[in-house]
Design a protein around this ligand. Structure first.
Ligand SMILES: Nc1ncnc2c1ncn2[C@@H]1O[C@H](COP(=O)(O)OP(=O)(O)O)[C@@H](O)[C@H]1O
Ligand SMILES: O=C(CO)[C@H](O)[C@H](O)COP(=O)(O)O
Length: 430
């Protein structure tokens, strides 16, 4: 029986990585790459595209003929406006944490009160901002793509396909499985992608790419998801009350809940996961602010000198720059990183504990809003390797906190690729 492998690629904030798994879910190969520097007319889209094809080239050649399917996850609400005539990037990328307050009054006027799109960093605010600033005829051939949609499109070539996780912050209703009338009736509705479930086949990989990298004729490219949902899938938390905190460049919470909870006042929203809900939000705190102050090597050395059972007296709110999304939704919120003690050990202790308090505030908010109470937290992302931080978080959260068995979102994307692979009923090149 020919071996079949499943490829997941995660495009996070600071870098991308692939995971290649077999039919039993065993990891066969993985590789991480930091993004090439941007600037000198190289923007994020060029950097991501280069990284995608470098990672494909990193896959050992002996595995490539067995790759049955490919999926990609990306940062949520990261948006590109594409010309569907030639595939050029008309505008963007607008990153997940970029806020467009100029569009907020229009979005608030069309959406239900406290809807997920009613925040400046939503995908819909990015679309409305572009639409209102671009009255040119280019608009007629424009289409919106999320980061993972665009990277997948580079592999399959079919315009206008996304998934209901990426489309949540665009305004898609995953419960009705449709765009709501208040959005479908807008003049820019022709720009909205069609929506499939994550891990749904789109088309076979483009022939030129297939031949260049040695993938098989029936290699399928399927819909993706967002990075924090891919991390949840990787952790394989399967019952309500289990939660995954992604400690990447940001802090994203995903709690498996029987009850859907959405409230833009606090940056809380629910993603659909089959017949349940992933309730949570994403704070701008996390690894990005750690990396502004410490190298990864310093984090290991200094963390080893912290006594996690002691409470830090520092009361900080670590943010990499102005703006917070959850559990406080305030695009003008400033970082609080002072006072800085003489000792770097004490300073890191204060930062890790302050981030843990933000995490605890987030879980407390979800409970207040009616979500299933959290019982256990699994940790994904680069911060998951920090045992000291895990003990601080257990003390501050008052919950069991573990490192997920698989901490990389790419593994979750590979599980989506596996979900898509059996379906072969798609036309070649469709
Ligand atoms: N030992 C550590 N303790 C805490 N955080 C760490 C440690 N090592 C790396 N990190 C953080 O992990 C982050 C990278 O994690 P990753 O999941 O790759 O992020 P992303 O995908 O969001 O770019 C960095 O911001 C870094 O500060
Ligand atoms: O912080 C982020 C980047 O890592 C994203 O916002 C993260 O993906 C959270 O968004 P979602 O909850 O929609 O997955």
């Amino acid at each position: 029986m020919k071996q079949r492998l499943y490829l997941g690629i995660d495009f996070g904030t600071s870098g991308a990585r692939y995971a290649l798994i077999d039919e039993e879910g065993n990891l066969c190969s993985e590789r991480k790459r930091a993004y090439p520097e941007i600037g000198n007319n190289k923007n994020w889209a060029t950097s991501w595209k280069e990284t995608l094809f470098m990672l494909l080239n990193d896959i050992p050649e002996e595995y490539r003929p067995s790759v049955a399917s490919i999926s990609i996850d990306g940062t949520s609400a990261t948006t590109l406006i594409i010309d569907r005539r030639k595939g050029d990037v008309l505008s963007g990328p607008f990153l997940y944490n970029e806020s467009f307050p100029n569009a907020l009054p229009t979005v608030v006027s069309i959406a239900p009160e406290n809807h997920t799109v009613c925040t400046g960093s939503s995908t819909l605010c990015k679309l409305v901002s572009w639409w209102e600033l671009n009255s040119s005829t280019d608009r007629e051939s424009a289409i919106l793509m999320h980061q993972s949609d665009w990277l997948l499109w580079l592999l399959h070539g079919v315009y206008g396909v996304s998934d209901y996780n990426n489309a949540l912050k665009l305004g898609y209703d995953p419960e009705a499985d449709a765009y709501p009338k208040w959005l479908a009736s807008q003049p820019y509705s022709f720009m909205l992608p069609s929506i499939k479930a994550p891990g749904t086949p789109i088309a076979f990989i483009k022939e030129d790419i297939r031949l260049q990298y040695g993938f098989p004729e029936d290699c399928v490219v399927c819909t993706g998801t967002t990075d924090s949902i891919a991390a949840f899938l990787a952790a394989r938390a399967s019952s309500p009350g289990k939660s995954v905190t992604s400690l990447g460049s940001t802090l994203a919470i995903k709690l498996l809940s029987r009850v859907r909870v959405d409230d833009a006042r606090y940056g809380v929203y629910s993603h659909r996961l089959d017949d349940k809900w992933l309730v949570g939000g994403a704070s701008n705190t996390g690894g990005a602010v750690l990396r502004q102050i410490f190298t990864d090597e310093q984090l290991v050395i200094l963390s080893g000198k912290i006594n996690p059972s002691l409470q830090s007296p520092l009361d900080l709110y670590p943010l990499p720059k102005k703006g917070e999304r959850f559990p406080i939704s305030d695009p003008n919120m400033m970082p609080r990183l002072e006072p800085r003690p003489e000792s770097d050990v004490e300073y890191l202790h204060g930062i890790l504990e302050s981030i843990a308090r933000i995490e605890a505030k987030g879980y407390g908010l979800l409970k207040e809003l009616g979500a299933t109470a959290v019982e256990e937290v699994f940790t994904a992302g680069g911060g998951a390797k920090n045992k000291t931080w895990r003990k601080i978080r257990e003390r501050v959260l008052g919950l069991p906190v573990h490192k997920a068995e698989q901490t990389e979102a790419a593994f979750g994307a590979a599980l989506l690729a596996m979900k898509a692979a059996p379906c072969k009923n798609i036309m070649h090149g469709s």
